[in-house]
Design a protein. Structure first.
Length: 285
């Protein structure tokens, strides 16, 4: 008998103030959607070598997914512990999301290594530069645009094509935007970065509308201030951010990985075209 079929002794139980049922009634409880959220699925995470991308990869692995990470930097030692820690497959691929050729090679390798499976794409690769609006150069802007917008857009496109080719019925694309798509960042000069993250959030709904016929959901996450390898060397920023956040705490990558797992899994099967703010209340304060 499956564990969600419960049989009890034939006495009576009080169900409500005026209703009782025989205890021998079989109670049917469907297995929780929160058990093994993405068991057996394959997730590709761009920018997954460290920081938030690594946390997303770890969260998905903990929920049962096999993991492929794309990044231009070498994966941190914690990534290579994923198979032992969570009992799933995990492979790193050196991929530059600004290069169509590199993306094609990456997805081709994933297809070969994981038997054509493709269920989840998390586009997390991103860069920033602290430069004033008046001093932002064309090269500065092109660099941010290439990684943060085109890199996200075309990673999602390649991921969607791979999902359609795999025949998955549970496709999910999660694009990583930012609170910078909702507000000005007071402690940094980041108008170009804000523009690129606004573009990420803006592309979600139209892509979701087009991919709906293929059974692929598309959503985004807008993280708030997060302590990562990139921000840790700037303790003055971390301290100033605390004053802006409602809960007075800068996030760790683990604080935001749950939102990614939620959007990747069946727990969010009615969510598409949406953005989730995971910001400690900073945009509401």
């Amino acid at each position: 008998m499956p564990p969600y079929l419960k049989w009890t002794a034939p006495t009576f139980a009080i169900v409500g103030p005026h209703l009782s049922l025989p205890r021998h009634t079989i109670l049917l409880h469907q297995p929780s959607i929160f058990n093994n959220h993405v068991q057996g699925r394959l997730a590709v995470v761009t920018g997954g070598a460290r920081g938030c991308g690594l946390a997303f990869a770890q969260g998905l692995a903990e929920a049962g997914a096999d993991i492929a990470v794309f990044d231009v930097i070498e994966a941190s030692p914690a990534f290579f512990e994923i198979p032992t820690e969570f009992g799933v497959q995990a492979k790193y691929y050196k991929v530059d999301v600004t290069s169509h050729e590199s993306l094609e090679q990456g997805f081709s390798s994933v297809k070969a290594d994981f038997d054509g499976r493709m269920d989840i794409l998390v586009a997390c690769a991103g860069v920033n530069k602290n430069v004033t609006f008046l001093d932002t150069s064309n090269d500065d802007f092109d660099r941010l645009l290439g990684v943060n917008v085109k890199g996200v857009y075309f990673a999602a496109q390649h991921g969607a094509k791979a999902m359609i080719g795999s025949g998955t019925k549970v496709g999910s694309i999660v694009l990583v935007a930012s609170i910078a798509s909702w507000m000005a960042i007071r402690s940094q000069n980041s108008s170009a970065y804000c523009a690129t993250k606004g573009a990420v959030r803006a592309m979600v709904a139209p892509i979701a509308a087009e991919l709906n016929e293929h059974g692929i959901r598309v959503n985004s996450i807008s993280p708030g201030y997060v302590r990562t390898e990139m921000t840790a060397p700037f303790p003055h920023l971390l301290e100033s951010w605390k004053d802006e956040i409602m809960n007075r705490r800068v996030a760790e990558p683990d604080d935001i990985k749950g939102a990614c797992v939620f959007l990747a899994s069946d727990a969010s099967k009615y969510c598409t075209g949406s953005d989730i703010l995971v910001d400690g209340g900073v945009t509401k304060w």
